[in-house]
Write a protein that binds this ligand. Structure first.
Ligand SMILES: [Zn+2]
Length: 245
């Protein structure tokens, strides 16, 4: 996959769809874009992907939604589609230094996460965070929810939207987490490893009330994973919109 073209395509499509874009970091001529749309007085939805460089479906899904005009006028949108540009280019989970960016949101040892946190701290606290990931060990779809006590989309709704592409992941323990029902992990707002904060834990510590981390199975065809991510993003946003009325 050509991630330089992806970044340029993203910037062009974002401009066309009313977003203002900036660059989180740049290295080897490869930019990591971040895009904002809508008044900050609107409910805020933040989406991110590409924090693990071997998970291309999330960035592709967000680019597809952007191009079709999915990101409506109803929300304040924040989007970071390729948080680990060097990892994406190399096709590796980690960044160039061999560090997992999604464990660096407490110690901030990487310039990717440092610049990302600086950018996030200038934005409103999102009301909803959607994080797009993939898993090399799973065969079905699953997702993590961190909820500080608000009404959110129900697991049946998210899993139903995913089911056109993938059944819920059948394992009862996924990545060391017991599922609450097949395909759904209700995660506490505390990190699994004290100093190894993922992005979603950082957002929870900043009082983002609801975060959903979607995981598609990497071994399945890319187009199917992209479509699944798009389906669950659509469903989550639709349900969130209905809840906030
Ligand atoms: Zn991941």
């Amino acid at each position: 996959m050509d991630w330089r073209s992806f970044a340029s395509e993203w910037e062009v499509a974002a401009l066309r769809r009313g977003f203002e874009s900036d660059v989180l970091i740049e290295g080897h001529g490869l930019k990591s874009p971040c895009s904002i749309k809508g008044s900050a007085s609107l409910p805020c939805i933040y989406l991110s992907s590409g924090i693990h460089g071997d998970e291309p479906a999330g960035p592709q899904a967000l680019l597809g939604l952007l191009k079709e005009g999915f990101f409506s006028e109803a929300f304040h949108w924040l989007i970071c589609p390729m948080l680990n540009p060097a990892g994406l280019e190399a096709g590796t989970r980690d960044n160039e230094q061999g560090l997992d960016l999604n464990r660096d949101y407490r110690l901030c040892q990487t310039r990717e996460v440092t610049s990302h946190i600086q950018w996030l701290s200038r934005q409103p606290i999102p009301d909803l965070f959607l994080s797009l990931h993939e898993d090399w060990e799973s065969s079905g779809f699953y997702y993590y929810e961190i909820n500080l006590g608000v009404e959110g989309p129900q697991p049946e709704q998210i899993l139903e939207a995913a089911s056109a592409f993938f059944a819920p992941e059948p394992e009862s323990v996924i990545d060391g987490h017991g599922v609450d029902s097949p395909g759904w992990i209700y995660h506490s707002q505390d990190p699994d490893v004290p100093d190894g904060w993922p992005e979603a834990i950082y957002l929870a510590k900043r009082k983002c009330p609801l975060s959903l981390t979607f995981e598609t199975p990497s071994s399945a065809p890319l187009a199917k994973r992209v479509s699944c991510h798009q389906a669950v993003v659509r469903e989550a946003v639709k349900r969130f919109q209905a809840i906030i009325g």
